[in-house]
Design a protein around this ligand. Structure first.
Ligand code: NAD
Ligand code: GLY
Length: 369
């Protein structure tokens, strides 16, 4: 199976994303040249520790690296101040120094809280990402966004803190629950929809095999996704401009995540899938994008087992409630809604100042009010 390396171009803070099978076994060899001393703290969750922990411990041990594992509870609730306090305390108790490397070994939850802990520990210590969900391998482990959640909303307390290496071992996806795999697939589709129509077409042909376990297909899709994200992050690390394109589907999607209380009833990737379908439908209704493109997007997401229309959620929600949640989004500026819309598949754009009354009228049609 192919091994790929994608570089995130950030000057002196540039780093490589390694993609392929069997990389946990090689993790020690990949990390050792970056270490000041052969020890590290690895933050993970219970599911990842049980299914993949031994492989990582052996891979680090093979290079003579001593690892202290810190195991957190799985789930979104872990991204909290309470867990951050315990985690940073534990890292200090372990004697982690600023030049030591803290490893985030897990999905986006572990990546986000560990990255944030690393960003504040001793005013910022080094860290690396070893993502174990498809979502984390194509999105959250790349680009340096870290965060926890607070009562006021999701990801509202955080920092930009880049990892120094990302090791995406696609063999870890073998133990990932299928629903989580599909949710991560939504973020893969996102890259095709934003800027790469050929890649979307490739996914139409190869997505089903990839979801069923085709390893070469997975490696290729993760590489294409990371290349797309690396190019955007390299051009706009702090989301002053085009990085906002990565939020395709997110403003609609967050509204549904908020409706379900950010619970396991609707996974982030599932919300993004529905959000992307709505963004394309809205673009078509506004005459910006061909209706056929919106249909293709929905057909593909549905075939992948993802929600593509509001009715798929089997919940009662009004257009006004969705619009209210959308106005809580981080991307609202001076009361104006920013949406990511599309001219066609592979050509998304940032629409500042979206007309909330038109969006609400569109949603009313979709909820059948
Ligand atoms: P997650 O971290 O909750 O992982 C999903 C589930 O899979 C968990 O139960 C976990 O224990 C389990 N798991 C992970 N890897 C496994 C494996 N290999 N085998 C078996 N089980 C495994 O969810 P996620 O979808 O990876 O991440 C979602 C989080 O990512 C959200 O908090 C979201 O806000 C965040 N996110 C961040 C960014 C960013 O740029 N920082 C981008 C997108 C999403
Ligand atoms: N997941 C969106 C971003 O990294 O900007």
């Amino acid at each position: 199976m192919s091994r790929e390396t994608v570089r995130v171009p950030l000057g002196g803070r540039s780093y490589d994303i390694h993609i392929g099978g069997g990389l946990l076994e090689e993790s020690g060899a990949l990390l050792k040249p970056l270490l000041k001393r052969p020890r590290m703290a690895v933050v993970t969750d219970e599911n990842v520790f049980v299914t993949q922990g031994e492989r990582l411990r052996d891979g680090l041990g093979a290079a003579g690296i001593e690892a202290d594992f810190i195991t957190l509870a799985p789930g979104e609730a872990t991204k909290s101040f309470a867990v951050l306090e315990k985690l940073t305390g534990r890292l200090l108790d372990l004697g982690v120094e600023r030049d030591d490397m803290v490893i985030a070994f897990g999905g986006g939850v572990i990546g986000d809280i560990t990255g944030f802990a690393a960003s504040v520990l001793r005013r910022g210590c080094r860290f690396a990402q070893i993502p174990t969900t498809l979502l984390a391998q194509v999105d959250s482990a790349v680009g340096g966004k870290t965060a926890i959640n607070v009562a006021q909303g999701k990801n509202l307390i955080g920092a930009f803190h880049q990892p120094e290496i990302v090791i995406a071992d696609i063999d870890t996806l073998g133990s990932l629950p299928p629903r989580e795999l599909k949710a991560g697939y939504a973020e893969v589709v996102k890259y095709g929809l934003i800027s790469d129509a050929d890649f979307f077409h490739w996914l139409e042909d190869n997505g089903p095999a990839l979801l069923s376990g085709d390893q070469d297909g997975r490696a290729y899709a993760i590489k294409k996704s990371c290349e797309a994200k690396a190019a955007i992050v390299g051009a706009d690390e702090r989301e002053k401009g085009k990085r906002a394109l990565l939020n395709l589907g997110h403003t609609f999607g967050h509204a549904f995540e908020a409706h379900f209380g950010y619970s396991g009833k609707l996974l982030h990737g599932e919300a993004v899938a529905l959000g992307m379908a709505l963004a394309f439908d809205y673009s078509a209704q506004e005459g910006l994008c061909p209706a056929d493109d919106a249909t293709r997007v929905k057909t593909h997401l549905k075939a992948a087992g993802l929600p593509a229309q509001i009715g798929d959620l089997k919940t009662s929600i009004t257009a006004d409630a969705i619009a209210k949640h959308m106005m809580q989004d981080k991307k609202v500026e001076q009361g104006k809604l920013t949406l990511i819309l599309a001219n066609k598949i592979g050509d998304a754009f940032i629409a500042k100042d979206a007309d909330l009354s038109r969006v609400t009228a569109f949603l009313k049609e979709r909820t059948g009010e």
